[in-house]
Design a protein around this ligand. Structure first.
Ligand SMILES: O=P(O)(O)O[C@H]1O[C@H](CO)[C@@H](O)[C@H]1O
Ligand SMILES: [Mn+2]
Ligand SMILES: [Mn+2]
Length: 412
């Protein structure tokens, strides 16, 4: 039985990338800075205490990979005597540090072109774009029109939005246009339709994603975003390993945001779930069903959305530890020739300035498929994962990446 399981811990970087300076991110280190905050007791509180405890990820080689990436052990973490996984750290060759670029590169298709960006922090969108959105969406106007953190902007404009019917349109350092609107007063279906209109109007602007950001609540004090977020991504620029597997008769189980991120290209089954426990449950259920030549791929989004962008170090540490506790359930389901890969799509250091992603190297933790425990070293591109998946699943080689299947750390 040849199957592959890829878990993307959204935003879990393990140290600044060599080109981080270009992004204003030199020195960023999502894992390292979370561990340092835990070591100082800054993350003690409800539910957790003390140094960052990730014993299961550690046995797969997480802390070893982080040390190879940064040159130093994460502060006060317990390093296991024995590592069972093949571990490495990978840099990104895609031009951006956004979610689609990271995921597509993981699947063997780096983004070499430059995305369009709305760079101005205020009055961010071209007037003609907003005019078309207002006209086609039959809107009384829009609010926002700036760079913002999504929770902060609904607190700032949510009440005015409910009173006026004007949706909140904002962006970030990513190639993205986001629309926040109240699920009840504006309507969820109407928000989704508006995002589809925006997706069409953005054709000339080369923007990666439109994101619908519905929320509920009555006032700034209690507005809450819901799980009905939807991402409208453009299609990957070339067939990913997901697509190649589908085209070759295999199955791809896309769990959580995965289907949206790949614009539904190369997906045979979509499983939605909200929250990391539900995402892990869906992953385990998919593994029970997945047959020969299946890929099960899950995005654990809360690391990024609830903690990284919110600069919530304690929340991030707590979520990592909760993920680690669930990991043995998944390991118990692996068959001998399954390949498990745990990785990330970019960083989002919760101690960093601003609220954007950080350009970082990501962990590549691999288990199974006859891989010997030990270091896979520094990988130049996330596409090494896609190339390895292609090799493992019996597909022709991808154009990018170097497979680590059969890599012998002792010979390297
Ligand atoms: O601040 P929120 O709305 O969570 O948005 C963040 O999430 C988007 C997708 O990762 C990014 O572009 C960033 O702006
Ligand atoms: Mn992401
Ligand atoms: Mn993000």
């Amino acid at each position: 039985m040849t199957r592959a399981i890829v878990l993307v811990l959204d935003s879990f970087g393990i140290g600044a990338a060599p080109d981080a300076e270009r992004f204003g991110d030199a020195g960023a280190d999502t894992l390292g800075h979370i561990a340092a905050a835990c070591a100082k007791g800054e993350c003690d509180g409800t539910g957790r205490r003390g140094p960052l405890a990730l014993p299961n990820l550690a046995r797969l080689g997480l802390f070893h990979a982080h040390r190879e990436s940064t040159g130093a052990w994460a502060e006060d973490v317990e390093v296991p005597n024995e590592v069972i996984g093949a571990y490495g750290h990978a840099g990104e060759i895609s031009s951006g540090k956004d979610t689609p670029s990271g995921h597509w590169e993981i699947a063997g298709v780096p983004v070499r072109f430059d995305w369009g960006y709305f760079l101005d922090r205020e009055e961010s969108f071209p007037p003609e774009l907003l005019a078309a959105l207002i006209r086609e969406g039959e809107l009384p106007g829009v609010l926002g029109n700036c760079h913002a953190s999504g929770t902060e902007i609904i607190a700032r404009f949510g009440e005015e939005h409910m009173a006026s019917g004007k949706p909140i349109v904002y962006t970030s350092a990513d190639s993205v246009l986001q629309i926040a609107a109240h699920e009840e007063s504006f309507g969820l279906a109407r928000l989704h339709a508006l995002c589809e209109t925006a997706r069409r109007l953005l054709e000339p602007y080369n923007i990666g994603r439109v994101i619908a950001r519905p929320f509920v609540g009555q006032s700034a004090a209690d507005f809450t975003r819901t799980a009905n977020r939807r991402d409208y991504s453009v299609e990957p620029p070339a067939p990913t390993v997901l697509q190649k597997l589908c085209d070759d008769g295999g199955e791809v189980f896309a769990i959580g945001k995965i289907a949206d991120i790949y614009a539904h290209c190369g997906v045979t089954r979509t499983l939605k779930a909200s929250g990391h426990d539900a995402l892990m449950d869906a992953t385990l259920a998919a593994l029970d069903e997945a047959g020969e030549r299946s890929l099960v791929m899950t995005n654990f989004v809360d690391f990024d959305t609830l903690y990284g962008h919110r600069r919530d170090v304690t929340g991030y540490a707590t979520a990592l530890e909760a993920f680690d506790v669930r990991l043995p359930e998944l390991l118990a389901k692996l068959r001998d020739d399954d390949l498990l890969v745990i990785t990330a799509d970019h960083g989002c250091d919760p101690t960093w300035h601003g609220t954007d992603h950080t350009r970082e190297r990501v962990p590549v933790l691999a288990l199974g498929a006859g891989l010997a425990p030990g270091s896979l070293g520094a990988r130049d591109t996330f596409a090494d994962i896609g190339q390895s998946l292609a090799a493992h699943l019996g597909l022709p080689p991808m154009a990018d990446g170097t497979s680590f299947i059969g890599f012998d750390p002792l010979a390297a």
